[in-house]
Design a protein around this ligand. Structure first.
Ligand code: MG
Length: 204
């Protein structure tokens, strides 16, 4: 059972459109079946309707096995959790494969490799437990305190109170581009059929 003070972001089918929407505000077009929500490639990311600042986030994800992947799908199914729509904890299935170290599952994408590789085999569930402390800004918009993140992957510590360098960038140096308040949690459509279940969040 989830904690009594948690918001049940994804516990049952009715939670999908209660708590989530696409970034353009449209209803979620991903596929809910077998108690899981699966990315429908090319439909775009989804975000929580509510914004969050400091939080504890629990989330479970699963990568498809080869026989479940559509024709032409990337071999390494890719997604990600962008906390506050900016700070990405990577989701990527590299089981029996590899990628650059700060691009693998449990990485703060392009900023910090996970301390260990705790990845479950394709087709099995991965559990992320994330404790996030939001960045703070002064009233001129300057950063006064960076964001910090702790991540456990399948119960193993992979990010230990890491000081986030700024908005996740694919190329170039991360930085805090602008002051912001509480923001949604974003789940990426990165063209891979990643599934999600049992997502809950506690505002701290
Ligand atoms: Mg990704």
């Amino acid at each position: 059972p989830i904690p009594s003070d948690a918001i049940p972001l994804l516990q049952q089918a009715s939670d999908v459109n209660k708590y989530w929407q696409h970034t353009n505000g449209k209803p979620v077009n991903w596929i809910y079946a077998n108690d899981r929500l699966t990315v429908k490639p090319k439909t775009g990311a989804i975000i929580t309707k509510q914004g969050f600042c400091d939080m504890q986030l629990h989330l479970e994800w699963r990568a498809p096995v080869a026989s479940e992947r559509r024709k032409g799908a990337p071999k390494h199914a890719n997604s990600g959790i962008k906390i506050q729509e900016r700070y990405e904890v990577q989701i990527l299935d590299t089981y029996n494969g590899s990628v650059y170290v700060n691009g693998q599952a449990g990485a703060m994408y392009k900023q910090a490799a996970p301390m260990v590789d705790a990845l479950s085999p394709s087709g099995e569930w991965n559990i992320y437990d994330i404790i996030f402390r939001a960045p703070k800004f002064d009233n001129t918009g300057g950063l006064t305190k960076a964001a910090y993140i702790t991540v456990l992957h399948n119960g193993v510590l992979v990010q230990d109170n890491f000081e986030i360098e700024g908005t996740t960038m694919h190329k170039g140096k991360a930085k805090y581009f602008n002051a912001h308040g509480c923001k949604p949690i974003l789940l990426q459509d990165h063209n891979g059929e990643i599934s999600f279940r049992n997502i809950w969040v506690r505002a701290l």
